[in-house]
Design a protein around this ligand. Structure first.
Ligand SMILES: Nc1ncnc2c1ncn2[C@@H]1O[C@H](COP(=O)(O)OP(=O)(O)O)[C@@H](O)[C@H]1O
Ligand SMILES: [Mg+2]
Length: 333
């Protein structure tokens, strides 16, 4: 009994002595010390390389030294690791019956945890890359539309106006020219709106505050703005905040029957907080839409930057979108 108690005590110390997320070499030296086996060597099975690696991550086939043995850690169908140790440990029944099964759980849990964290990091980075690529493409399209089609149509408009001025004798021709002019003006307006929706040039040139004020002035319903933006922020962040506001505004006009929109954007306390509220019918919903939707796209955009988007929209109670983006503390503060 006393031997069992002492073994349980040893096993307890093995696991107690290993800190959470210990590095492999910390685990190895803790085991070696507690089991009083200076030559103890720990190996992990690398599931991508399909080979054993030592605590430094270097490929190494587990091998027993003189007077040593190798104990495999794993399940019948799955390798997890191995331990090269003093063969005398095999004389202690608790070593194989208790310690090794516990190590199996601990080593696998550790491996899963590390794998999950690194996969999440990769996922975050790839979301951000996709977003940046899409934004670059939108900016390029906006510039092409602005510098190409829009300029040429505007030149055609000026030509047509001059022509119209010289047609004063024939009322029928004047009416035709006027009709064509109106069409052309409408097309130029639509093109301008389209280009602006892709990526407002003001945003890159003069920043979030200027772009939001211009957007609010243009909106189809009154927009009250409260902006606390003391500095320029990274491009992707300004774009995300802008798109939250413009989608909220489009939705308020399109779906909400709102009489107004209230917009607060504040760069304060290491966060950029965007709150957009309308006083419409409520009932906005991300999951209700099967295809890619405005609000769903916003969630992706905000989360790719590490932020959160919350929507509160009770029936009859208006809609509030709140986006919060974490910011690095300002240097020197
Ligand atoms: N401000 C709002 N007020 C009321 N309903 C809204 C509002 N915003 C969105 N909705 C509802 O939620 C749905 C999803 O919105 P959204 O994802 O922007 O898609 P879309 O605008 O393309 O229809 C809308 O179709 C609409 O029914
Ligand atoms: Mg929408």
């Amino acid at each position: 009994m006393s031997e069992v108690v002492s073994w349980l005590d040893t096993i307890g110390r093995v696991f107690e002595g290993i800190p959470d997320l210990a590095t492999p070499d910390q685990v190895e030296s803790a085991l070696s010390e507690i089991l009083d086996d200076p030559g103890l060597t720990l190996y992990w099975w690398d599931w991508e390389l399909e080979r054993y690696v030592d605590v430094r991550g270097v490929t190494a086939e587990p091998a027993a030294g003189a007077g040593g043995a190798v104990t495999w850690v794993g399940y019948e169908t799955r390798k997890i690791g191995a331990l090269a140790h003093d063969a005398r440990l095999l004389d202690v029944p608790e070593f194989t019956a208790t310690l090794i099964p516990l190590m199996r759980i601990a080593m696998e849990r550790d491996r899963l945890h590390r794998d999950l964290v690194s996969k999440l990091d990769q996922l975050r980075a790839s979301r951000l890359r996709i977003l940046e690529t899409a934004d670059g493409e939108r900016r390029r399209l906006e510039r092409n539309l602005h510098d190409g089609a829009q300029q040429r149509l505007t030149a055609a408009l000026l030509g047509l106006r001059t022509l119209e001025g010289r047609l004063s004798e024939d009322p029928e021709l004047v009416a035709m020219a006027r009709g064509a002019l109106e069409e052309l003006e409408g097309a130029i307006d639509e093109l301008r709106e389209l280009a602006r929706g892709l990526h407002p040039p003001l945003l890159a040139q003069r920043g979030l505050e200027a772009a939001l004020r211009a957007g609010a002035a243009r909106a189809a319903i009154p927009v009250e703005v409260d902006l606390r933006l003391p500095r320029r922020l990274p491009e992707a962040l300004e774009a995300a905040a802008y798109y939250v506001c413009s989608e909220a505004c489009t939705n308020a006009v399109k779906h909400a029957r709102a009489s107004g929109l209230w917009l607060t954007v504040a760069d304060e306390e290491n966060a950029l907080t965007v709150v957009v509220r309308d006083d419409g019918i409520g009932g906005a919903c991300i999951e209700c839409q099967e295809e890619a939707s405005g609000l769903g796209g916003l969630v992706d955009r905000v989360e790719a930057l590490g932020g959160t988007l919350a929507i509160v929209s009770p029936d009859g109670g208006g809609t509030t979108l709140t986006a919060v983006f974490p910011l690095e503390p300002e240097p020197g503060l």
